[in-house]
Design a protein around this ligand. Structure first.
Ligand SMILES: NC(=O)c1ccc[n+]([C@@H]2O[C@H](COP(=O)([O-])OP(=O)(O)OC[C@H]3O[C@@H](n4cnc5c(N)ncnc54)[C@H](O)[C@@H]3O)[C@@H](O)[C@H]2O)c1
Length: 195
């Protein structure tokens, strides 16, 4: 979704995924978007790799460096799937992993502050994806309960990502942006200071 938005808005892209077939399909999709756009010289590269091990990460970094393209923005979307669907709001391993990401954003932003490398996160509501499918066991059917009355879409996610990556977001650092159609307002356990 975000790769589509980057390509449609004139960015070269390097896609990294452990799923080789999905990677090939996404590259083909981006190439179609690029050929239909005014940015016909854009490049799309695919790197098949596993981000879950140190060796896997090193291999991917070496392949990115070999492309000799400067990296202006790095978007990390690879994530664990919940062990069970969290529609009843109690899946502690998944939820604590997300809380850890919130804190990791602040730690990484602080760590890289001297270089003005900004680190922010998008914390989405329910958005159709490989994880959130139309399948009956998915959370997608809960999307209509949020104040927005719908699931998130490309415009919601891409718009937020482009804002954070662009000059318009250059004053945003170490922040987690909740883009969730108001879903947190209707969930139990949300306190007045939840951002
Ligand atoms: N879709 C939603 O409604 C939603 C809501 C809240 C949070 N999230 C979070 O967003 C993140 C992305 O989820 P998504 O919905 O885009 O799911 P997705 O399954 O569509 O995308 C995740 C991608 O990561 C890849 N991946 C997984 N493990 C990898 C690894 N070790 N190395 C390289 N690639 C790997 C997968 O192959 C897949 O293409 C997750 O952390 C998820 O919990 C999603």
């Amino acid at each position: 979704m975000i790769a589509r938005g980057c390509a449609a808005n004139g960015a070269h892209t390097i896609l990294i995924d452990v799923n080789e077939q999905g990677l090939c399909e996404t590259v083909e999709e981006l190439q179609r978007i690029i050929s239909d756009s005014k940015y016909s010289s854009l490049e799309t590269h695919a790197i098949h790799g596993d981000l879950s091990s140190e060796d896997g990460v090193k291999e991917i970094v070496a392949k990115v460096k070999a492309l000799q393209n400067p990296v202006d923005a790095l978007i990390h979307c690879a994530g664990v799937r919940p062990a069970s669907v969290h529609n009843h709001q109690f899946v502690p391993s998944y939820q604590t992993s997300k809380a850890a990401v919130d804190h990791l954003v602040r730690i990484m932003a602080t760590e890289f502050a001297d270089f003005y490398i900004r680190v922010n996160a998008i914390s989405p509501g329910i958005v159709p994806s490989g994880m959130t499918t139309a399948d009956a066991s998915s959370n997608l059917h809960l999307a209509k309960e949020a104040p927005a009355g719908r699931a998130g879409n490309d415009e919601d996610m891409v718009g937020t990502a482009l804002w954070l990556m662009s000059k318009a977001g250059s004053f945003m650092d170490g922040k987690v942006v909740r883009v969730e159609g108001g879903r947190l307002l209707i969930l139990k356990g949300v306190t007045s200071n939840s951002d």
